[in-house]
Design a protein around this ligand. Structure first.
Ligand SMILES: Cc1cc2nc3c(=O)[nH]c(=O)nc-3n(C[C@H](O)[C@H](O)[C@H](O)COP(=O)(O)OP(=O)(O)OC[C@H]3O[C@@H](n4cnc5c(N)ncnc54)[C@H](O)[C@@H]3O)c2cc1C
Length: 454
């Protein structure tokens, strides 16, 4: 089979490309998707007991009118809107996020250490050689010791000195000392910080419902069960495990770019070397469905301490009552717990459900007796969870993307582009939209950074 555009992956990025091609009236394209559903990492699942789960806490922070319109077309008014409220569990207390603005909640000794660190900042963040140095120069020793270091080690599962600082932007809230001191003096909290403090969540079907809706007009153009296993750049053909072959003029890839290169029959050695500079971590998402009623307005919570394996827990029943069986939040609630694993941070998937439950008890999220109220246990293993902004990344991408584009291969999305700072759902969707625009009209891509744009 031959198409002008072949798109690998029906996650947000591949769907963004397809959605835009469809809007432009272009018909000569096909999506190859290895699973039997759309959404990729932004899909949702209903377990056998009737609880709905996302692949970790997914919150929609859109930076784009175009994506907002696509979501509106998809959901209509079938969504709830929530005020984003996140907290840090630390030293037996709850501190609203962003942590540094709300350190007044800490026990006095830790508070003084954090303040001392903030008041004696000396390093220049713009001269920091890596993420760890950047944290120390921005937050000071106390906040690094109590929150930044342990939390980031848990999320990334990487030595923090092996990560760059260039990705940070709006992803990490930085420091305003006078505001922090005023918050302490006036006993005031900063909650719901950030680029937008409200988020929408589908009434039914979890986050994945957004993409189930977006795909409706062109679902018949997706070949499900097509697991691409080989690519021949020279002859412009991909092969799938089911034996099908697809020829293309242009390939838009949203599968992990390191795998794509490994699967190629004709990648030159420098390209193969370059992908060894890409680092990712993996994740285990544990969904626990409970019988009983829980009243806790928090959306999600961060856990920097070693008393739990997870770095984040979402009160998922709060996002929609339909995330629990029969929509009955009077009788059921659900917690979604995310743990990172990596070669630097091995985690045993055989015991993660048990250690997650113990961690919930240790951190005061549930009483020990509530472990008996668990009526559903759901585990999702994600081999590719976060594309790590490692010190080796940009050098690798400067080889990979120009080479691929010279072959008519545009690799975009969370693991296609491998740019964490633009790796959320909205970014990934728009990377698909924008690359189509670039190919069709010569427009410059705004979201994807890098490549050899003409
Ligand atoms: C734990 C976690 C929490 C997150 N939280 C948020 C959040 O709060 N807000 C937010 O906006 N984003 C969040 N994200 C990011 C969001 O999931 C991604 O931005 C988005 O899913 C990326 O879309 P994508 O299409 O680039 O890639 P993916 O979602 O990875 O989709 C890629 C698709 O390609 C398919 N595929 C892969 N290999 C092949 C192959 N060989 N052949 C055929 N098909 C293939 C896959 O099956 C998949 O469907 C989170 C991600 C994780 C892991």
């Amino acid at each position: 089979m031959k198409y002008e555009f072949v798109i690998i992956g029906a996650g947000p990025c591949g769907l963004g490309a397809a959605y835009h091609l469809d809007k432009l009236g272009h018909a000569d394209w096909r999506i190859l998707e290895r699973s039997d559903h759309v959404g990729g990492l932004a899909a949702s699942y209903v377990d056998s007991n009737g609880f709905t789960w996302d692949v970790g806490g997914h919150v929609l922070f859109s930076h784009y009118d175009y994506f907002d319109r696509a979501v509106e077309e998809s959901l209509g008014d079938a969504y709830y809107e929530h005020l984003r409220e996140s907290w840090v569990r630390i030293l037996g207390t709850w501190v609203p996020y962003p942590f540094q603005n709300n350190i007044r909640h800490l026990p006095d000794e830790a508070l003084q250490e954090c303040l001392h660190g903030l008041r004696s900042l000396s390093g220049d963040p713009s001269a920091a050689a890596n993420f760890r140095e950047w944290m120390e120069s921005v937050f000071g020793a106390g906040i690094v010791k109590y929150f930044m270091e342990p939390y980031n080690s848990k999320v990334w599962g990487m030595p923090l000195e092996s990560m760059s600082r260039e990705w940070i932007g709006e992803r990490v809230s930085v420091v305003d000392l006078s505001r922090i001191e005023r918050n302490i003096a006036e006993q005031r909290d900063d909650v719901s910080w950030g680029p937008n403090n409200r988020f929408r969540f589908p009434k039914q079907g979890g986050t994945g419902a957004i993409f189930e809706g977006i795909v409706r007009p062109f679902k018949d153009r997706i070949s499900f069960g097509c697991d691409v296993c080989a690519i021949d750049f020279g002859n412009k053909v991909v092969r799938c495990r089911n034996g099908e072959e697809y020829h293309y003029d242009i390939l838009i890839n949203s599968s992990p770019v390191d795998v794509l290169v490994e699967q190629s029959v004709d990648a030159p050695e420098p390209l193969r070397d370059a992908v060894s500079g890409l680092v990712h971590n993996s994740g285990l998402i544990v969904g626990l469905g409970f019988s009983g009623r829980r009243v806790d307005p928090k959306c999600w919570m961060y856990f920097p301490e070693s008393s739990s394996p997870f770095y984040r827990v979402t009160n998922f029943y709060n996002y929609s009552p339909n995330n629990v069986p029969r929509g009955d939040v009077g009788r059921f609630f659900s917690l979604m717990c995310e743990t990172t694993y990596s070669p630097h941070k091995p985690v045993d998937s055989a015991t993660i459900i048990a250690t997650t439950i113990a961690g919930l008890v240790n951190s005061g999220m549930i009483e020990s007796g509530q472990a008996n109220d668990i009526v559903s246990r759901y585990l999702i293993d994600i081999p590719y969870s976060y594309p790590v902004p490692s010190l080796t990344r940009d050098r690798a991408l400067a080889v990979i993307h120009p080479y691929l584009e010279a072959q008519g291969v545009y690799s975009r999305g969370r693991f296609g582009a491998w740019q964490y700072e633009v790796g959320n759902m909205d970014h990934s969707f728009m990377q698909g939209v924008e690359v189509v625009d670039r190919i069709m009209t010569g427009a410059t891509e705004q979201t994807f950074k890098g490549g050899n744009q003409k």
